[in-house]
Write a protein that binds this ligand. Sequence first.
Ligand SMILES: Nc1ncnc2c1ncn2[C@@H]1O[C@H](COP(=O)(O)OP(=O)(O)OP(=O)(O)O)[C@@H](O)[C@H]1O
Length: 255
Amino acid sequence: MTILALENVHKVYTSRLKSQHTHALDGVSMELEKGEFVAIMGESGSGKSTLLNLLACFDDTSEGAIYIQDKNIVAMKEEEKALYRREHIGFVFQDFSLLDSLSAEDNILLPCILSQKDLKEKRKYLQKLCHTLHIEDLLKRFPYELSGGQQQRVAIARALINEPDILLADEPSGALDSKSSMQLLELLCALQKQGQSILMVTHSPLAASYAQRVAFLKDGKIIQEIYSGEDNRETFYNRIVHMLSVQESRDLHEY
Ligand SMILES: Nc1ncnc2c1ncn2[C@@H]1O[C@H](COP(=O)(O)OP(=O)(O)OP(=O)(O)O)[C@@H](O)[C@H]1O
């Protein structure tokens, strides 16, 4: 079942004096199946953040449609978009973005309070999430009392507490040391195995090798997609690195 579909999505940024136009996304079409873990890779300026911002309804498309659960979010009014985002999309940032004045537990439950959910029910769901994310013993601590890896696991719990259709992750392991980074990526795989759909943006071939599919973005276009298929992680990692090096040598040739 397709949970997310982008159809010919364009994003053009226009400078304040309207003299300059940047075609950040140039006709992107792709789909994410329910329970699939997809990584988007691309060099700086290829349009990755623009794509995530459109999916998270932080910005508007210039052209095209974005369907989440068959609803075109592009056609929604601002208020409806905000509600839809809260209910259907979870977001994880590179810098964790936890509130220092709240305990881990209150950080996680904040989205439920904002959307006026039954907190008793949500605390039950929190227990399940805590078990998966190994944060049972951290709930009473404040963000500054947690390591980077622990903070990111709390941030993932916050992103998932409203049971979103899609988890959007922007370089989720980018600020972590290599051990915590791999633990976090293993957790994303565990969540995917439990049925969570995940779209992750990353520069790192190692991080991307944890996904089931990698889409390569260049100059606002998806130029190639590869599937892990039956590959083990190391083989898939080697294929991703090979793809990147082929692309680099093409760029060098064109330059
Ligand atoms: N608000 C904006 N106004 C004008 N141009 C923008 C704006 N945001 C991004 N751009 C331009 O759009 C293009 C895509 O930028 P984007 O930030 O999506 O790339 P990215 O792949 O996320 O890069 P990075 O990996 O460095 O974060 C770039 O040319 C960038 O300069």
